[in-house]
Design a protein around this ligand. Sequence first.
Ligand SMILES: Cc1cc2nc3c(=O)[nH]c(=O)nc-3n(C[C@H](O)[C@H](O)[C@H](O)COP(=O)(O)O)c2cc1C
Length: 142
Amino acid sequence: LKLGIIYGTKRKKATVEVIEWLMEACKKSGIEVEVGKPEEVSDLDHDAFVVGSSIYAGQAQSDLLEFVEQNRETLTSKPVATFVVCKEVECPEDNMAQILERLGSEPISQLFVEGYMIRRGNFDRQRVKVEDWVKDLISKLS
Ligand SMILES: Cc1cc2nc3c(=O)[nH]c(=O)nc-3n(C[C@H](O)[C@H](O)[C@H](O)COP(=O)(O)O)c2cc1C
């Protein structure tokens, strides 16, 4: 199983760390994983995809949204999961909706991570959630 993870964010903070957690969790489970921002992706020759973005000012990253829209057919020809990293805890579904609209079909799994603005605070607590999500995702894929 080869998993492609494509993500958008502008800072080297929460989302980048989520990506590292995702990669480590996949490797622990013996899943081959390739990760990149939209401009870093060379091919989409994968068995499943994860696409996700941080949210600034109510918006997912435009490069990630464009990528999803442009590659919708390829992405949805395989199982796709989605994630967002945001501070909105009341209604993060509205943020996720931007990705889902471009994808045009239901992802097999969705992950919501609570990011942080400046101080990392208790961000480490999110790690277990990310790891559990990966386990659940892999069980759905296999
Ligand atoms: C400029 C800026 C604007 C933000 N606007 C929102 C927002 O509208 N809604 C929200 O839920 N979170 C918002 N956040 C919180 C971010 O989603 C959070 O900081 C997240 O960790 C960002 O991902 P990053 O750490 O990878 O940059 C904002 C953060 C920044 C820096």
